[in-house]
Design a protein around this ligand. Structure first.
Ligand code: NDP
Length: 607
């Protein structure tokens, strides 16, 4: 073993060679890099436009155009919009309208109803507003229908259905200087005036397709996982896809979505072909129903405390107890063991601290790889299912039936050696010159990410002096605290725009929602016409983001390509993690708390 640096970590006890693993990771990464980067994907157009339609409502909905005015308009009825609505209601704001193109609230959980859909983050921290709704999820990891029901329960509790515009797609938001109001145009011909607008468009919401040659020539049935076609497959979100029992089914993609639906496809399809480019890491799920005795022990404030505990541990911080204690935090427990064995981590060189994290990661991933060998009987297949990259290079998967699905004689793993499927034909899919004939082809190929903000939202925002957000943010984001942007007064961005990223996404959304509600309430109390980020405050925030950006850069640069690292191009421009606050979410939330505690809206100009 020839690891080059370490004064304090004992590498002799390891049962793997870090150098060999490093080489293997590099080799696996290099063979997956594609020069076309994000351009390898296409948006669903032509034959695929139906992929973005709403299959859960009767088509043909019409209504009279609205030309009224609201105090606050929120675009998006997922957790971001719901939390903002809830926090505004708590602040006493009554005149509010949530607009969403879907037929109901729920966002991600409205659209994604594929069999087995489940949240990978613990329900007791993922579900927002649990104490406010006096609700405890039924399982440690809830399935999609329960999460969707909770979203609707939030909307009911905070009267967010009142005045809502569902089945309404925003086409443009434009600032009217003469009345100091935003004008929201929609596909129903609405021209809604709003004093304040908040945009919670969601991440990963527009389905994307691979730009594979011949993709529209396939004569069989196709759909994207985010618009699951139960009329074709039979069954429900719980599985039982009985109409597939005479069908040859193919699925392209093995990301977090595919991992959850493949066990259901494998259980019923006559034949299932899983086309894999990069294997996911599949950790133990170990789900359990909620222990009512534990529920009885919960004291007021437990929810925030548990969210904070997870957030601190999952970003490398120390806590006396790991309350969630699952596959997300396991790597950090491993890290603590290494650090304790090495003595006082405060005395360690930065190189050794980095090495300790890498060793913990190797240990974690060796465990993941050993799990594949122990569950999958055919060792050649098991080998193909082993991920060779660091755990957080891709969204980690957790499942107790996925790997076992490959023990079924009806299921074939078609590994593309990191290259992706070659082409699609009228009859099926070709990999390495071999055609796999199919009746149905399912795309589990994810969502548009890394493109411009306005491309993902589907509409432009035109601010003061005709400043178009599409132009201002064409090359990179520019905000103050991730939520305000100069030339866009009374306008708030909710999501991952120069903010503190955490794996428990609703946690970030909740912090942003509280913050925006505070600013709007302040504006109301002070009879403000406009509140706008000053150019100086924005420049300073962008400089801070850029200064801290290097922190995760090396890590992602060495990762296998995916949407976390802009398909290997690095976190530049509009990449998913580009422009995240490099100091981490714990620090970011504190910055917001401290700023509110100051109470003078520093950095915002008020008129
Ligand atoms: P992903 O983008 O994660 O996965 C897309 C898959 O398609 C990858 O396996 C990718 O391979 C594959 N692919 C793309 N192009 C080709 C090609 N030409 N040939 C073969 N394969 C191809 O999408 P998902 O829908 O799985 O997940 C999206 C995100 O949604 C997750 O990352 C997660 O954030 C979220 N999610 C969260 C869940 C939760 O529990 N909370 C559950 C499900 C999803 P490659 O890896 O090589 O690029």
């Amino acid at each position: 073993m020839s690891t080059t640096y370490t004064q304090s970590i004992d590498l002799s006890q390891l049962d793997f060679d870090p150098d060999k693993l490093r080489d293997k990771y590099r080799h696996e990464r290099d063979k997956r890099i594609r020069k076309e980067g994000l351009d390898q994907y296409q948006t669903p157009t032509g034959d695929f436009t139906g992929y973005v339609d709403d299959p859960y409502v009767e088509p043909g909905f019409t209504r009279a155009a609205l030309t009224d005015e609201v105090e606050v308009a929120i675009v998006g009825g997922g957790f971001g919009g719901l939390l903002t609505g809830a926090r505004l209601r708590e602040a006493g704001v009554r005149d509010m309208r949530i607009i969403d193109k879907a037929g109901d609230f729920g966002g991600t959980w409205y659209w994604n109803r594929y069999p087995g859909a489940q949240c990978d983050v613990e329900s007791y921290i993922y579900f927002p507003l649990l104490e406010e709704l006096n609700y405890i999820p039924s399982k440690k990891y809830s399935f999609a229908p329960e999460i969707l029901a909770h979203a609707k329960a939030i909307a009911k509790k905070y009267q967010l259905y009142d005045n809502a515009c569902l089945r309404t797609e925003v086409t443009e938001i434009r600032w009217d200087e003469s009345i100091s109001r935003w004008i929201i145009s929609t596909n129903h011909g609405d021209k809604i005036r709003a004093h304040y607008v908040a945009m919670a468009n969601g991440l990963l919401s527009r389905p994307k397709l691979p730009g594979i040659s011949g993709i529209d020539s396939f004569k069989g049935h196709t759909f994207h996982t985010s618009r699951w076609d139960y009329a074709y497959t039979g069954g429900s979100a719980e599985g039982g896809l009985d109409k597939l029992k005479n069908k040859r089914v193919g699925i392209i993609g093995t990301g977090a979505t595919a991992v959850q639906c493949i066990p259901h496809l494998g259980a019923t399809a006559k034949e299932l072909y899983v086309f894999q480019r990069t294997p996911s890491s599949i950790d133990i799920r170990n789900n359990s129903t909620t222990d009512q005795d534990w529920v009885k022990t919960l004291k007021p404030g437990w929810h925030q405390q548990r969210m904070d505990n997870f957030n601190i541990i999952a970003t490398g911080g120390q806590q006396d107890e790991d309350l969630v204690s699952d596959g997300w935090t396991d790597i950090f427990r491993k890290l603590q063991t290494i650090l304790s064995a090495a003595g006082d981590s405060a005395d360690m060189s930065p190189e050794d601290q980095e090495l300790a994290m890498e060793i913990a990661d190797f240990q974690k991933m060796e465990g993941i790889r050993a799990r594949a060998s122990s569950i999958v009987k055919d060792q050649k297949t098991a080998e193909k299912l082993k991920p060779y990259y660091r755990q957080f290079c891709k969204r980690p998967g957790f499942h107790d039936e996925y790997l076992d699905t490959f023990n079924r004689s009806s299921v074939t793993l078609v590994d593309t050696l990191g290259q992706g499927v070659e082409r699609v034909t009228e009859k099926g899919v070709v990999v390495d010159g071999k055609e796999y004939e199919l009746d149905c082809l399912i795309f589990a190929t994810g969502f548009e990410v890394g493109t411009n903000y306005t491309s993902q939202s589907g509409y432009d925002v035109i601010g003061k002096d005709e400043t178009a957000l599409s132009k201002k943010w064409a090359n990179s984001l520019s905000t103050f605290h991730g939520m305000h942007s100069h030339d866009f007064p009374n306008c708030y961005f909710i999501g991952f725009t120069q903010t503190g990223y955490t794996a428990n996404v609703p946690h970030t959304l909740n912090e942003q929602a509280k913050h925006i509600a505070y600013v709007i309430k302040y504006g109301q109390d002070h009879k403000a016409t406009t509140i706008e980020a000053s150019a100086d405050a924005e420049a300073e925030w962008v400089a801070t983001i850029n200064r801290l950006a290097g922190m995760g850069e090396k890590f992602y640069a060495e990762c296998t390509p995916g949407y976390y690292n802009n398909e290997g191009k690095g976190n530049v421009g509009n990449g998913f993690l580009a422009g995240q606050y490099g100091g981490g979410p714990v620090e970011f939330f504190k910055i917001l708390d401290d700023w509110r505690a100051e109470g003078n809206l520093a950095g915002l100009d008020i008129s």
